[in-house]
Design a protein around this ligand. Structure first.
Ligand code: FEO
Length: 396
């Protein structure tokens, strides 16, 4: 069955999600150049029916319309809430209303959130523990706790008979278009960007979740954003690499410049690194897309931060980038900081203060007054060569 935006992804398992083509920002932070989708799924067993996740507020009627074309909402027995964030759980109050016998299935933490966020009465919540299953007759839903991916209450739902894993945000991508991931040429680029923005700070928890699902016979991964993985090996392999913190011989140059001095410094550094065979990602903070930067931090072995001084402190865009870098907790091993100032320095010290106890080896730092001289450029080349050596050797 494939009509009017309903897709049967396995026998009696339907995608009933919606596509948000025009959304351009998430969490008032993350740019969404390709929009996104909120994927919900309806599982119809011969003795029960379950909805897996819902949709963003504002799309309740679209979801209801799709459900009604497959079944009466009154016949839904369960709503599995893998994650309480409103982009997936925001339509829960609506579905609970049109499906009066449905119980909300959630982890213990999820149950509390459902009460706080969505006023779901306790008697309509079924709390499940790790590995607990619910039978829909010829379909069995097994629930796998996967905390901090990326909220404390997150869980996965596994449909045993069909081998379909519903992991909500995990394995997702912010893409409004596309049905199956193997049909999208640059899917892994979007998935890497998503990982960098959402999952990278929780690598240890991701590793645990990957270990937990390793023994499952997963034939399909149906996340709650972006395309479905009907050939899951590719995304599973990528997630294993990213969760393990594997980096490449690559440096992210992240900078801002006011009067071209810092610009000249980072470009000299870029030339040096490229000439040594280091792959570069170049981000001018005045114009760069923060999601693109997050994507490059996923596998960059080094960061070069270019941060001028303005108004007696580090340029605010560099403060923002440094703070974001620390919050995203990338596996970056090496750093270089380059800075110029007009009449008072201190940028490097301030950046160190922001980084705090973040573990990274600072290979070199140079703070200069005004435009770089030939001597400064020679020093940058020296630092660049030392950094390239570290990058190419791979690091600890
Ligand atoms: Fe897509 Fe964390 O919600």
């Amino acid at each position: 069955m494939s009509e009017k935006n309903i897709m049967e992804i396995a026998e009696n398992v339907y995608w009933v999600g919606v596509r948000d083509w025009n959304r351009r920002l998430f969490d008032a932070l993350i740019p969404l150049p390709k929009g996104t989708s909120y994927n919900a799924y309806l599982v119809i067993g011969n003795k029960g029916k379950a909805l897996i996740d819902t949709v963003n507020p504002g799309f309740e009627n679209d979801l209801e319309d799709k459900i009604r074309r497959l079944t009466k909402p009154e016949e839904i027995d369960y709503i599995a809430m893998n994650h309480a964030e409103p982009d997936h759980a925001g339509a829960i109050p609506h579905v609970m209303k049109i499906s009066p016998k449905a119980k909300l299935v959630a982890t213990g933490r999820g149950a509390k959130m459902a009460q706080v966020y969505y006023n779901v009465p306790q008697e309509r919540i079924k709390v499940v523990t790790d590995n607990e299953a619910i039978s829909l007759g010829d379909k069995t839903l097994r629930f796998i706790e996967a905390p901090m991916l990326h909220w404390p209450e997150t869980m996965f739902t596994y449909l045993e008979e069909d081998g379909v894993l519903f992991p909500c945000d995990f394995f997702g991508a912010h893409l409004a278009g596309g049905i199956y991931s193997d049909e999208i040429v640059d899917l892994l680029v979007h998935a890497q960007r998503y990982w960098g923005e959402i999952m990278m700070p929780f690598r240890a928890m991701a590793q645990k979740a990957l270990d937990k699902i390793a023994s499952l016979n997963i034939k399909m991964i149906a996340p709650s954003h972006g395309p479905i993985h009907r050939k899951p090996e590719s995304i599973l392999g990528a997630y294993k690499r990213w969760a393990a913190g594997e980096t490449r011989p690559k440096a992210a140059i992240v900078y801002v410049s006011m009067w071209n001095s810092t610009d000249a410094m980072v470009k000299q550094m870029a030339e040096t690194l490229v000439s040594k065979g280091v792959e570069l990602a170049f981000h001018n903070l005045a114009v760069t897309d923060i999601g693109d930067l997050a994507k490059d931090l996923v596998d960059s072995r080094a960061i070069v931060l270019g941060a001028p001084t303005v108004l007696g402190g580090v340029h605010p865009l560099a403060v923002y980038a440094t703070y974001l870098f620390k919050a995203l907790r990338p596996p970056t091993k090496f750093a270089v900081v380059l800075s110029s100032y007009g009449w008072g320095g201190g940028a490097i010290r301030q950046i160190q203060e922001i980084l705090g106890d973040f573990k990274i080896e600072v290979v070199g730092a140079l703070e200069i007054n005004g435009p770089p001289t030939d001597e400064h450029m020679k020093r940058i080349v020296e630092i660049g060569k030392a950094l390239a050596k570290k990058i190419l050797e791979g690091g600890a």
